[in-house]
Design a protein around this ligand. Structure first.
Ligand SMILES: [Zn+2]
Length: 234
């Protein structure tokens, strides 16, 4: 009797040991499969249809110091932005404008001397726009299609006067006024959303730093940064 018990115990121990071996083997296979899935996950994320798109736009440039700093940061992160340039600031900064085009950014018109287009005559408005387009074309070889009217001032008369398409915005952190990296970045991150267009000015170091911080943060939240054109043409 005692012998039988010992035998049964041995058999049970053997079964236990074998099942443990099988379980371990399966666990290893599952671990391997999960590991493989984890590696391919970022590609699956990119293919998701529910993409969140956002555009950073920079007015009043080019700035001889801040704009190249911003372009370096955008290049490092593989991000395309939109620049609405002042024709009057292009002279001496042609290489910066050329670089914008080379690196795939959208270049738009922000008038020649930052005038409120609705307050001047149609002839003057036409000249402000045309002279700026000419400067951009000469520097970068591209003729702008989009205009960011200073102060967002636009009307039907201007609509009829020019073929250029106005680009407005829906996120304004008042970066030029605040000049505080943390506050500017915080405002944008808080107000970010799919299809949003952010108004910034590449004439301040604080804005450049804030923009790069926003990119790093929102990318982790699944945002893709595009040019304003990509949000308008839909
Ligand atoms: Zn402006």
């Amino acid at each position: 009797m005692k012998r039988q018990v010992i035998l049964w115990a041995a058999v049970l121990a053997l079964i236990g040991w074998m099942s443990y071996g099988i379980w371990r083997g399966e666990a290893a296979v599952i671990a391997e499969r999960d590991g493989a899935a984890a590696v391919s996950a970022p590609e699956e994320e990119k293919a998701l249809p529910a993409q969140k798109l956002i555009a950073l736009t920079f007015d009043d440039g080019p700035h001889p110091v801040c704009t190249p700093m911003l372009l370096d940061g955008l290049k490092e992160r593989g991000v395309k932005a939109s620049f609405f340039l002042l024709g009057g600031s292009i002279e001496g900064n042609e290489e910066i404008v050329e670089r914008m085009a080379e690196e795939g950014h959208l270049i738009g018109n922000h008038t020649f001397s930052h005038v409120q287009l609705t307050k001047i005559s149609p002839r003057e408005a036409e000249k402000e726009i045309a002279d700026t387009n000419e400067k951009i074309l000469a520097a970068a070889g591209v003729l702008p299609v989009y205009i960011r009217p200073p102060y967002g001032e636009w009307n039907e008369e201007l609509e009829e006067l020019t073929d250029m398409e106005p680009v407005f915005w829906n996120v304004d952190p008042l970066d030029w006024k605040i000049q505080d990296r943390e506050k500017v970045a915080g405002h944008i991150i808080k107000n970010a959303g799919d299809g949003r267009i952010v108004l910034l000015h590449d004439s301040y170091e604080t804005t450049v730093e804030a923009a790069l911080e926003v990119i790093d943060t929102l990318k982790k939240q699944g945002y893709t940064f595009v040019t304003a054109e990509e949000l308008l043409v839909d």
